[in-house]
Design a protein around this ligand. Structure first.
Ligand SMILES: Cc1ncc(C[n+]2csc(CCOP(=O)(O)OP(=O)(O)O)c2C)c(N)n1
Ligand SMILES: [Mg+2]
Length: 762
């Protein structure tokens, strides 16, 4: 038996198992009345592509991002390769079992890279190629050696795919292979005709090697026969929908449809050319697309592997529902086989009833073939965590913004050994997010050294590009920023070397890449996001640049600690703690900063206890209880985040003058305080004393008020939550603070309301 015949037999089993797995999942008794789902059609279209990959072309140091909706086919393959048991397959979409879409974190023993949300996993995997390249250029091993990315054709409608293709560095990634499953169908319909041609041109324009598997060998042979070009012309001129329609016709009807001209006549020449073919043969021939021709696929994989100078893409034409009763049906995306259909499929694929879950017996050619294959990728052992210094002893000016402090902290880190593990990235805002000092020291990363034409001109930022650089500059593409963070933030798990990636962007544009950020966290990457400037404090820049909702995102995003420090020293402590959390793979950090200067002289003395409080989420800065005559009836607690500390301090002075007893609390992390509410003794409760049990509170932040609105409920006291609850606009800082009701006067007014105003003196 030839290798090709063995692979043919294996792919039939992959097709069967993937269809059966979904069928069985849907036949389970439904306790909640919900359809379980699964994707038989989407799996079947990549069965040949996956079989050729996993049973021949894949090397042990390759990782694969599998098309999300092909997970059943992927699981079937993992089973046949001995990495899953039949019992696992029976637990598709079961709680604690195999996930609906490949999840590295939920099924780490088999899934290399997580996918699911169209486009995101594919691009994160592509940037994995860049991460490997970066590691190699910084003295590491080329592991994983190659990133294979399998995607659906309609998946490429997602704009973030094209953001990635536009990055100059991507064309250098010879360790990336994309395989596009061109089944001409999306979820709803047959896709636009121009699409496959566009895909080829767009990849080519981006510098990729493009290989198109349009037709299989049988059809290609027919095209080469005398008159065959007429059949080829007819097939290639027709629309995708017309072709899909042909696939659905009974064999006899197909011939008629094929030879019928647009005006309803008969193309006699074509009819005569096909006369020697029986109806069934003709139907099989018309469905002979390249993406189901194992020999062509293997060739394409081998050729792609030889070109290591640029990324490759294989555009493989396939049939959605291949081998299934609903092949080519425009609505087959969600279809699941019924009982009669699965019986017919079982018979057609030669599966013995009762042996539905069987693999290959040890003495079969299939089993022998599989035993001879090199092993599949296994994640490396956890590397040691980079050592993060305990302190930097960096001096900060009397008036400093948190953004400026970040620049200083980073520059200080750059002078230490840990600086070698840090890689920064920015989507065209490196200068305005204070990275220049770091970049001047560490240089810009590019896989090849390129001269700086401005080298002889004095510049505040030197643009020195080399493979040794440690800053990666991206286009204005926030999805790229977060997906590159996703890749650089996963090298500990995939490459066995921990990087400390720090991405900077303007805070309002976090939402521009939010899906990608969500994916990066979901996939388990660990990194730091420095978002600056933020809020309406960026006054003259106006509403399109002022972030409002991001604090809420900071509170709600899982695996991401959100901090918004008030003072420079706090930036240092938080960044060091965040880097340690990344090094130890615990969580990622979102640092929301500002350009508004804050008087550092009002900061509390630095010390271990103060540092612990800052990291725990907040502390009391002004203690109203110390004032003479303090009484809880006239006490009010002001909770301020970030730059709002200045307004809160002014408000406290105003309130004290009116006979009230304000305390000022600095909330360094609304996120920590909120998460702490589930602790047996929430940290926020420890911030106030028993005699303050009924003291009302005012909260204020430069962002939407709801991010701190839980405090009153948590402490069981009345609260007025101040913040920016609508879009920003241009103005001076005082103008805007006044307009949005977050200035000292607004805080005083809110406190007076809570204290019942009249009882205050002055
Ligand atoms: C971001 C996102 N939007 C929508 C969906 C829902 N969805 C799942 S599959 C699919 C169609 C995918 O088409 P294609 O990529 O061609 O895959 P295939 O035809 O192989 O199933 C859609 C819209 C999704 N998973 N992710
Ligand atoms: Mg498709």
């Amino acid at each position: 038996m030839t290798d090709l015949e063995v692979l043919e037999r294996i792919q039939r089993r992959v097709l069967w198992l993937s269809a059966w797995m979904v069928h069985a999942a849907n036949a389970r008794p439904a306790v909640d009345g919900l359809k379980v789902g699964g994707h038989q059609a989407s799996s079947s279209s990549v069965v040949s592509l996956l079989t050729a990959l996993y049973f021949q072309a894949l090397r042990p140091d390759d990782v694969v991002a599998v098309k999300a909706h092909a997970s059943p086919a992927f699981y079937a393959i993992q089973y046949l390769r001995g990495r899953l048991g039949a019992a696992d397959l029976e637990r598709l979409r079961v709680f604690g079992g195999l996930q609906a879409y490949p999840s590295r974190r939920k099924n780490p023993e088999i899934v290399d890279l997580s996918t699911g949300s169209m486009g995101l996993g594919a691009v994160a995997a592509t940037f994995g190629g860049l991460a490997t390249r970066y590691l190699v250029d910084h003295g590491g091993a080329a592991a994983p050696a190659r990133f294979v990315v399998m995607v659906g054709d309609a998946e490429l409608d997602e704009g973030n795919v094209w953001e990635m293709l536009g990055e100059e560095v991507v064309r250098k990634l010879g360790n990336v292979l994309w395989v596009v499953d061109v089944n001409r169908q999306s979820l709803d319909r047959v896709t636009a005709d121009a699409r496959p041609r566009q895909l080829a041109e767009m990849f080519r324009a981006a510098g990729w090697r493009v290989d198109e598997l349009r037709w299989g060998r049988a059809l290609r042979a027919r095209f080469a026969q005398p008159g065959g070009e007429r059949l080829q012309a007819r097939l290639e001129a027709m629309s995708a929908s017309e072709y899909q329609r042909l696939l659905r016709l009974p064999a006899g009807g197909l011939r008629k449809a094929l030879v019928t001209t647009p005006d309803g006549g008969i193309d006699g020449t074509l009819d005569r050319l096909l006369a020697d073919l029986a109806d069934d043969t003709l139907a099989a021939l018309v469905g002979d697309v390249g993406g189901h021709d194992l020999a062509l696929i293997l060739d394409a994989y081998a050729t792609a592997a030889r070109d290591t100078t640029r990324p490759s893409v294989i555009l493989a034409h396939t049939i959605k529902g291949w081998g299934l009763p609903f092949a080519g049906d425009p609505l087959n995306h969600t279809m699941v086989t019924g009982p009669a259909q699965i019986d017919a499929l079982r018979a057609a694929l030669g599966v013995t009833p009762g042996e539905e879950w069987a693999g290959f017996a040890p003495d079969t050619p299939e089993a022998r073939h599989i035993r001879a294959l090199p092993p599949l990728f296994l994640p490396p052992p956890s590397p040691p965590a980079p050592a993060i210094p305990d302190a930097l002893d960096e001096p900060y000016p009397e008036q400093a913004s948190t953004q400026e402090a970040f620049g200083r902290v980073l520059a200080a880190l750059g002078r230490l050994p840990v600086g070698d593990d840090i890689v920064t990235l920015s989507a065209d805002v490196a200068v305005t997010t204070h990275l220049a000092g770091w970049m001047n020291r560490k240089g810009v990363y590019f896989p090849e050294a390129r001269p700086d034409p401005f080298a002889d001109v004095p510049q505040t930022l030197k643009w020195r590009e080399s493979p040794g650089g440690q800053h990666i500059e991206l286009g204005i593409a926030e999805h790229d920023l977060f997906l590159l963070l996703a890749a650089l933030g996963l090298t500990a798990e995939l490459s066995g070397r921990t990087l400390l990636p720090i991405g900077t962007l303007y805070d309002p544009f976090v939402t521009r890449g939010l899906d990608a950020l969500y994916h990066a966290l979901y996939a388990g990457a660990r990194f730091v996001v420095v978002a600056t400037p933020s809020g309406v404090s960026l006054a003259p820049e106006g509403g399109a640049h002022q972030s409002v909702i991001t604090p809420g995102l900071g509170v709600t995003l899982p695996d991401l600690a959100y901090y918004e420090p008030a003072f420079a020293q706090e930036v240092e402590w938080i960044l060091l703690a965040g880097l340690r959390a990344v090094a130890e793979r615990r969580e990622s950090l979102y640092l929301r900063l500002s350009t508004a200067p804050v008087d550092q002289r009002v900061a509390p003395p630095a010390g271990a206890e103060q540092r612990a409080a800052v990291l725990a989420g907040g502390y009391r800065l002004i203690d109203g209880r110390r004032a003479e005559g303090w009484t809880p009836e006239r006490a009010v607690n002001l909770f301020a985040t970030g730059v709002m500390v200045t307004e809160a301090l002014a408000a406290a002075r105003g309130l004290a003058a009116r006979g009230a007893f304000p305390s000022v609390f600095v909330v360094t992390s609304p996120d920590r305080l909120y998460r702490g509410l589930r602790e047996p003794r929430p940290y926020v409760e420890a911030l106030v004393s028993a005699d303050e049990e009924e003291v009302p509170l005012v909260s204020v932040l430069d962002g939407h008020s709801h991010a701190l609105a839980f405090l009153g409920g948590a402490l069981g006291v009345p609260q007025l939550a101040l913040g920016v609850d609508t879009f920003g606009q241009s103005g001076t800082r005082p103008d805007l603070y006044r307009h949005y009701g977050i200035d000292a006067d607004a805080i005083v007014r809110a406190a007076v309301v809570l204290l019942g105003g009249a009882s205050l003196s002055g």
